[in-house]
Design a protein around this ligand. Structure first.
Ligand SMILES: [Zn+2]
Length: 273
């Protein structure tokens, strides 16, 4: 047993999925700060690390006109308020540019967070798996709410049908995720073959250079574990008002300035890809 309250709480979460009355009491007494740029601060609290943490007062993401939670993820659709807003805004922006688009949302966290097999992370309400926007064999946009595993040509077969990666709509998604005014994305894990197509699309469209630079750095194929050929795994940084209970590990990018980071910690490189 450790003296670190965050670790202790995470260990508690591993044995009991539900937060105790004492935990909830403690969290309800935490001082809440509201920054002027985000007047409606989310009441949710992400506790600990994405792979050892909990979620308090999580928000449920609901199906709406431009997003659908896929079959299999209905009981794991809780995130911090910030994560839910980032996802909803991205789905709306893609649908605004490409009418009738519907984002496929996979797992977020369980209602109280905590361990969630088979994932390693997804514990503290700051991770989400998002399906790709797809084209059919005739390159017509489709909305099938399933994760399709894609090959190096960004094509895959599901239910006997051929699906192709829709670079335009997926870049619109990434562009929205990486340009949220108050919430910063730390990671977008996806296979390198997919990343190449996104960057190519961004360059072709003459994307905003700042957003393009962020995309080149934030999007990576994980060096360990699954290469992510069927979905994007997106993680956001801790919200300022969830610290110090909420914990981030590097990388801390230069454009992500927050309360507890010394400038010296800025711009650590995650890896080359
Ligand atoms: Zn994931």
């Amino acid at each position: 047993m450790t003296g670190d309250p965050v670790l202790r709480e995470a260990q508690h979460a591993e044995t009991h999925a539900e937060p105790s009355a004492e935990d909830l009491e403690k969290i309800s007494r935490m001082p809440r700060t509201v920054s002027p740029s985000d007047l409606d601060a989310a009441p949710s609290v992400s506790v600990g690390y994405p792979n050892r943490g909990l979620l308090r007062f999580g928000q449920r993401i609901n199906d709406q006109r431009d997003l659908t939670v896929k079959v299999g993820s209905q009981d794991s659709r809780h995130g911090t308020g910030e994560l839910v807003r980032v996802i909803e805004r991205a789905a709306q922006e893609v649908a605004f540019r490409y009418p009738r688009s519907r984002l496929t949302v996979g797992d977020l966290s369980r209602p109280g967070g905590g361990r969630f097999r088979p994932h390693v992370s997804h514990q503290s309400g700051r991770d989400v798996d998002l399906g790709f926007y797809m084209l059919d064999r005739r390159s017509t946009p489709v909305n099938e709410h399933v994760f399709v595993r894609l090959n190096n040509k960004a094509m895959g077969i599901q239910w006997g049908k051929l699906f192709k990666f829709d670079a335009a709509r997926n870049w619109a998604l990434i562009e929205s995720l990486l340009s949220h005014p108050t919430t910063d994305v730390q990671h977008i894990f996806v296979a390198n073959a997919i990343k190449r197509r996104l960057i190519h699309q961004a360059v072709k469209e003459g994307a905003n250079p700042e957003v393009l630079m962020r995309a080149r750095r934030v999007i990576t194929q994980p060096r360990h574990g699954a290469p992510h050929r069927s979905h994007f795994h997106v993680r956001i940084y801790c919200a300022d008002d969830d610290r110090p209970m909420c914990k981030d590990r590097p990388p801390f990018y230069s454009w992500h300035q927050s309360a507890d980071q010394a400038p010296a910690m800025a711009a650590l490189k995650p890896n080359e890809s």
